[in-house]
Design a protein around this ligand. Structure first.
Ligand code: M6R
Length: 610
């Protein structure tokens, strides 16, 4: 999604903006631009289609605007194709803006402005806002912004400069995230904290419809009634190093390697005396008693973490669990209400569909538990109960350490829920929790010992047009995540199927040489899975088996073309280690294909629009 930055202070503004935009590259974008007040207090805008390198090249050619106040943007196209003219910043005669989000009523506003004789250069909804600001501008920026806020519908974060105020940047948001960073004599705006970490760790979270004014004397805020307000200063606990590659060629492989630590950091503060203890998150056993049902709502990888949660919660706590895709849930009049628990899982905490699902479920009377990575994000703030995954910044678009910490939290939560509802004994819970505490080491072992074989298998997959992932039970939940990981970074089509479902249609796809990745970690299902593997193998599939040592022993020699064998752990916890080779395999397949795994085509890290 689009990235916004802004700067006011003594440094070279163009350099600060480009460098901050670089830290937001992970969000995904297809064009970039900056606008800076130059030494004559005129606004100079430089923008271009493509990556930031194109912008840097253009700045070299046309000359970098010299100044100390400016705004910058990376655009992920929604309205209008990626092109120079559609890139941000956009301007009216006296106003220049950058925008993240979608203005839903932009056509209506555009018609109004065209009727008033205004002309538009781009196809974007953003230019409409720039022109509307200019149309209403009466010399008072805050009053003008407020007037426009009353007319636009949708989600947005805006960085705004008025020609008459060359010493300041204004910012406002509704739904889309925006933070305001501060340091001695300088101030920043950014869509996300990593953009400013190189300059400061101190920031304010801008709330809906609040307006910020940044000057080098400091930052001031007004609420939606235009009353001045004091806001709480936050300090980021991520440092710059955590948001950099640290010697790895890509964020994706760095983040895969960070998983043991991420699990440890996430679970250890929530375990006491070998039992889950969520009091640190304000959740007591008492609060978890008596839910009629659980519905887990999320998107993409986070939804796959929910699939693991379903198996584990149903197995241990004996409460029926539905897993729903947020974009479906929010438009379906879902059956949730008083006495039901809705769990929203999100790395960014800003995913538009997940946030809308949260609000809907809350409005219907359900209790909301959020499992979120980004501190202070919208989903984190609006939930009734909150458990942070402490994975640190996840920069690669493909989610790895966020997923592994999401499922780790799902386990802890399921243990606690089962304990609260007395469906497992304290001794059973202790045994499970002890096993969970061993997972960081187990994951480290799997990373170290499957890297080479996955690299080799990845080199064989690059010629495949399509492949299948199959598994049963928890292995099916895991296959879904394996398949998504592979397709998003390698661009090879794949499907995940419950192995027992193959015969009902999908097996007709199998032909000579088609890769089938079979996940087998559950010994109680292994005989069934073996039958399915034999069925695809005998129809010509190239079988890649990801299995435990225990499951391998049950397999006949020669059943698989390639094997990735991982140690046995508690079988209920197997997704935590078994996901690792699937992630590494996806990474190397992308690398062998020459793709950039950190910024896959067409994808954005944080999906803040529908
Ligand atoms: O920030 P969220 O966890 O809410 O994002 C949800 C999905 O967009 C996300 O999990 C996406 O599927 C992953 N980047 C895929 O690796």
């Amino acid at each position: 999604m689009c990235g916004i930055v802004g700067y006011v202070g003594p440094r070279d503004c163009s350099d600060v903006l480009v460098s901050a935009l670089q830290k937001l590259e992970y969000r995904g974008y297809d064009s970039a631009g900056i606008a800076v007040f130059d030494e004559n207090d005129a606004i100079t805008t430089v923008k271009t289609e493509g990556k930031l390198q194109n912008l840097k090249d253009k700045l070299q050619i046309v000359g970098k605007p010299n100044g100390h106040v400016g705004i910058g943007h990376t655009r992920w196209a929604t309205h209008g194709e990626p092109s120079d003219v559609n890139s941000h910043p956009h301007s009216g005669a006296r106003v220049t803006i950058v925008h993240n989000g979608i203005i839903e009523n932009y056509q209506e506003i555009k018609s109004f402005l065209v009727g008033k004789g205004r002309e538009f250069l781009s196809e974007t909804d953003t230019e409409v806002v720039a022109q509307l600001l200019d149309f209403y501008y009466d010399g008072n920026p805050i009053a003008t912004i407020d007037k426009v806020m009353g007319e636009v519908v949708g989600s947005f974060a805006l960085g705004i400069m008025f020609k008459d105020f060359p010493d300041r940047v204004f910012a406002v948001r509704r739904e889309s995230p925006l933070i305001v960073g501060v340091a001695d004599g300088e101030a920043f705006i950014a869509s996300d904290v990593p953009a400013i970490l190189q300059y400061t760790k101190d920031y304010y979270l801008l709330e809906h419809d609040e307006i910020a004014t940044l000057t080098n004397d400091g930052v001031s805020f007004v609420d939606k009634y235009l009353n001045p307000i004091e806001k709480e200063l936050k300090t980021a606990d991520w440092d710059q190093e955590a948001a950099e590659k640290g010697g790895y060629p890509h964020f994706m492989i760095k983040e895969i390697n960070e998983q043991p630590e991420a699990i440890r950091t996430t679970i250890m503060p929530r375990i006491k005396d070998n039992l889950p203890n969520l009091e640190e998150c304000g959740i007591t056993l008492e609060m978890l008693k008596g839910f009629k049902s659980v519905t887990i709502v999320a998107c993409g990888t986070a939804m796959h973490a929910g699939m693991v949660g379903k198996y584990v919660i149903e197995d241990l706590a004996r409460i029926p669990v539905n897993v729903d895709i947020a974009s479906e849930f929010r438009y379906r009049n879902p059956i949730v209400g008083d006495g039901d628990l809705v769990i929203i899982i999100s790395q960014s905490g800003e995913t538009a569909d997940s946030l809308a699902a949260l609000r809907l479920a809350k409005q219907k009377g359900a209790k909301i538990l959020a499992i979120v990575n980004a501190k202070g994000s919208s989903i984190a703030r609006e939930a009734d109960m909150l458990i942070y995954t402490l994975a640190g910044p996840e920069i690669a678009v493909a989610s790895t350490k966020a997923y592994i910490t999401q499922i780790s939290v799902m386990y802890l939560f399921a243990f606690e829920l089962a304990l609260a509802n007395e469906t497992i004994s304290v001794a059973e819970c202790q045994q499970l929790t002890e096993s969970l505490q061993k997972m960081p080491e187990a994951v480290k072992y799997v990373i170290d010992n499957t890297n080479e074989v996955c690299k080799k298998i990845g080199s064989k997959l690059i010629t495949a047009d399509s492949l299948l992932y199959i598994g049963r039970g928890l292995d099916y939940a895991l296959s879904m995540e394996g398949s998504l990981k592979l397709k998003e970074v390698s661009y090879i089509h794949s499907e995940s199927y419950a192995a027992g479902e193959l015969k009902h249609g999908t097996i007709s796809l199998i032909e000579d040489g088609m890769p089938v990745i079979a996940v087998a970690t559950q010994t109680d299902l292994i005989e069934k899975t073996i039958s399915n593997v034999v069925e695809v193998k005998s129809r010509g599939a190239n079988v890649i088996l990801v299995c435990t040592e225990a499951c391998e022993q049950k397999m006949k020699e020669g059943i698989a073309n390639y094997k990735v064998v991982i140690p046995n752990t508690h079988e209920l916890l197997m997704p935590i280690t078994a996901v690792v080779p699937l992630q590494i395999l996806a990474y190397y397949t992308a690398i062998h294909k020459g793709n950039d795994p950190d910024q896959p085509r067409n994808l954005a890290k944080s999906v803040t629009v529908e």
